[in-house]
Design a binder for this molecule. Structure first.
Ligand code: AP5
Length: 215
């Protein structure tokens, strides 16, 4: 079977991770979240983690050469189709990813922009809670756990991500507009951009993504 890649674009808190996990499970693709990879490295205290933390805590991006090298390695690990959540997120990353896809004979099915207005982003990110043990993601407004701030899967106390503090959310949105939004035009020019309305229930948005990608 041909190996394909789907890229999720969109602002912080737009629902990329939520949708990527669901689609990966449904179609047997590998979900590659650069944010999750970096947070794991921070937790383990590796060299990558130490470097990444200094950028992530401020809402800034980790340097392109580090991220490109990381993705090259990750793509070599197995030969499943992939859903990219959080990479590429700058023009140099997008160009390097094109080159990598060519070299590894992976076909880019499309880049899906999950479009969500800023007020909704701030509401979602301020209410996001994550499980530090199993990685489950909740939202205290839209999808709260059954028991107050306790993970439904493993009973661990939920935490707020360090970069979900109001000042850092604001900076992440600025960085998104400056560095990542230009990728919308980049993929549109290639005829690979699909935009979906990111406001609605999680199931509705999954349905919109499946439809535009023709999965
Ligand atoms: P990363 O983890 O990728 O953060 P992000 O892009 O800011 O995205 P988020 O994880 O915040 O949001 P999401 O879109 O996945 O939304 P989610 O589904 O969780 O990156 C973190 C940092 O790592 C970066 O700032 C940077 O420093 C570094 N980094 C990562 N990749 C990099 C790269 N390539 N280059 C350089 N640096 C890099 O949903 C958010 C909330 O909303 C949740 O609570 C969820 O439950 C809820 N929700 C989801 N869908 C809905 C819905 N339909 N209705 C209501 N609530 C919803």
């Amino acid at each position: 079977m041909e190996r394909i890649a789907v890229i999720f674009l969109g602002p912080p808190g737009g629902g990329k991770g939520t949708q990527a996990k669901l689609l990966a499970k449904k179609y047997g693709y590998r979900h590659i979240s650069t944010g999750d990879i970096l947070r794991e490295a921070v937790r383990k205290g590796t060299e990558l983690g130490k470097l990444a933390k200094s950028y992530m805590d401020k809402g800034e991006l980790v340097p392109d050469d580090v991220m490109i090298g990381l993705i090259e390695e990750v793509l070599k690990e197995d030969d499943r189709s992939v859903i990219m959540d959080g990479f590429p997120r700058t023009l140099p990353q997008a160009e390097a990813f094109d080159d990598l896809l060519n070299r590894t004979k992976i076909e880019l099915l499309g880049a899906v922009l999950i479009d969500v207005p800023d007020e909704e982003i701030i509401r979602r990110l301020s209410a996001r809670r994550v499980c530090p043990k199993c990685g489950a993601v909740y939202n205290m407004i839209y999808s709260p756990p059954k028991n107050d701030e306790i993970c439904d899967n493993c009973g661990t106390k939920l935490i707020q991500r360090d970069d979900d503090k109001p000042e850092t959310i604001k900076r992440r949105l600025e960085v998104y507009r400056r560095d990542t939004e230009p990728l919308v035009g980049y993929y549109r020019k290639k005829g690979k951009l699909f935009t979906v309305n990111g406001v609605g229930s999680i199931e509705e948005i999954t349905g919109r993504i499946v439809e535009v990608l023709g999965l």
